[in-house]
Write a protein that binds this ligand. Structure first.
Ligand SMILES: Cc1cc2nc3c(=O)[nH]c(=O)nc-3n(C[C@H](O)[C@H](O)[C@H](O)COP(=O)(O)OP(=O)(O)OC[C@H]3O[C@@H](n4cnc5c(N)ncnc54)[C@H](O)[C@@H]3O)c2cc1C
Length: 414
């Protein structure tokens, strides 16, 4: 595949853009692959990419029922951070964050990583204690974060109101190299690199059944015919329970809608990401100038990829009290995605009861930031049978009560 470069842009500009190739091929499915990945979201594509790059496994198909990146990967608010409390979480999220730093160069695709810094506001004494504790844990884990004063918060984000009507800002957990990236570009960049390695990315191909022989996976049934495989990776986020059922096992996952919205574009007014977990809203400004706003998860299980009005109202109310200057902004768009929540708010990267069938799910409201690290770990697990980054995230932890408990520490884990 031809490399993208400043020279290529200039050349194509001069000749009417007739020389661009398709970013990835659209092949017909083959009868058999060494590895099939179900789900062409960021995690599925990153798994395929690192299988090829780190282990030389390229006879791989990624099957997607819709279009690639059309699930949660293309619906999130793109926050990237690694300031988690527990050691296994900090390890995988920091691995992901550090891979994001150079992902554009590695994939030769501009994923627009913007390490603008993330502030997580402490608005109660409990949050102050919690975030100080996380900052201490992070320094032991080698993750660079600090607890900053209200004055420093105001310096970093001048549009914030420190004296909220309900909760004053008492400080914040600050991660300077956290930030955002362009979500579609992450999926597109991985897809292009996978296609370049000879892998088949097959869109509009829904997996409807999983075939096994003697307890071992042998292939999948799809809307485009049967496809055999040596190993299978299930990476379908909100639909994990549905696909696991096809393989005959159950998951401790609940699927709920999580939603977000964006405002009309305005002049640059904020160059950090702010998360206000007590009042519950978070916001950043996109390159186009829109304020990107994340809300809460529905309180009931469902598979509808849309939002509900009461969340919009609650989220906007929370943000208006945190940033009074946005009170007269018009909201342009609102959408939802189906997130896969575990009880401890940590992911599952695991073998399953079916031999050679692996699962990666449970990233819930916060898996965009993890894509490169998760793909790295899942590829290693699938290729070698174990991965240090996946240690602790096995399915059996729920049976044994060995949780990686981020539910209280993360509060809202975007
Ligand atoms: C509104 C919102 C805001 C968010 N904000 C953030 C954030 O700021 N930061 C952050 O880190 N995370 C955030 N997240 C979470 C993040 O988006 C997800 O954790 C992450 O994108 C999951 O990626 P994935 O590849 O596992 O899943 P997805 O991108 O959902 O990909 C799974 C794919 O599997 C496909 N699929 C399902 N069933 C089948 C089948 N039977 N056959 C074939 N294909 C199938 C789906 O069509 C889908 O494309 C947010 C999520 C939402 C919804």
């Amino acid at each position: 595949m031809k490399r993208y470069s400043a020279f290529a842009i200039a050349r194509e500009a001069l000749r009417g853009h007739i020389g661009w190739e398709r970013a990835w091929r659209s092949p017909e499915p083959k009868a058999q692959y060494d590895v099939v990945i179900v789900g062409a979201g960021g995690h599925g594509l990153a798994t395929a990419y690192y299988l090829g790059k780190n282990f030389g496994i390229t006879n791989v198909a990624v099957l997607e029922k819709g279009w690639l990146g059309g699930g949660n990967t293309g619906r999130n608010t793109t926050i990237i951070r690694s300031n988690y409390l527990q050691d296994p979480s900090a390890a995988i999220y920091e691995k992901a964050r550090s891979l994001y730093e150079t992902l554009s160069q590695e994939l030769n695709y501009n994923i627009m990583f913007s390490p603008r810094g993330v502030l997580m506001l402490a608005q109660t004494e409990h949050e102050v204690r919690g975030y100080r504790r996380t900052a201490h844990a992070n320094s032991l884990q080698g993750v660079k974060t600090e607890f900053v004063s209200p004055d420093r918060v105001k310096e970093l984000c001048p549009i914030i109101s420190l004296e909220g009507p309900r909760y004053p800002v008492l400080g914040a957990l600050w991660q300077a190299r956290a930030g955002t990236a362009r979500h579609d570009a992450v999926a597109w960049g991985y897809a292009r690199a996978c296609s370049d390695m000879g892998m088949d990315i097959i869109q509009k191909c829904e997996v409807t059944g999983i075939r096994t022989e003697g307890g071992k996976v042998s292939g999948v049934t799809t809307t485009r015919g049967d496809i055999g495989c040596g190993k299978l990776g299930i990476v379908v986020a909100g639909h994990s329970g549905v696909v696991a059922e096809m393989a005959g096992f159950r998951l401790p996952i609940e699927s709920v809608a999580l939603q977000a919205l964006v405002s009309e574009p305005i002049k640059p007014c904020m160059d950090v990401v702010v998360m206000a977990n007590t009042v519950h809203g978070y916001m950043s400004q996109s390159d186009k100038g829109e304020m990107v706003i994340g809300g809460g998860a529905d309180g009931f299980n469902n598979y509808t990829q849309r939002g509900s009005f009461h969340h919009v109202e609650e989220t906007v109310r929370a943000l208006v009290e945190t940033f009074p200057i946005i009170s007269r902004l018009k909201m342009l768009r609102q959408w939802g995605g189906i997130v896969d929540m575990t009880g401890d708010r940590s992911p599952i990267i695991s073998k399953t009861p079916v031999e050679n069938c692996f699962i990666n799910c449970g990233w819930g409201t916060g898996g965009f930031k993890a894509i490169p690290g998760s793909g790295w770990a899942m590829a290693e697990l699938m290729a070698k049978g174990a991965s240090p980054l996946a240690d602790g995230f096995e399915m059996h932890r729920f049976r044994e009560g060995r949780f990686v408990d981020e539910s209280v520490a993360a509060g809202v884990a975007h």
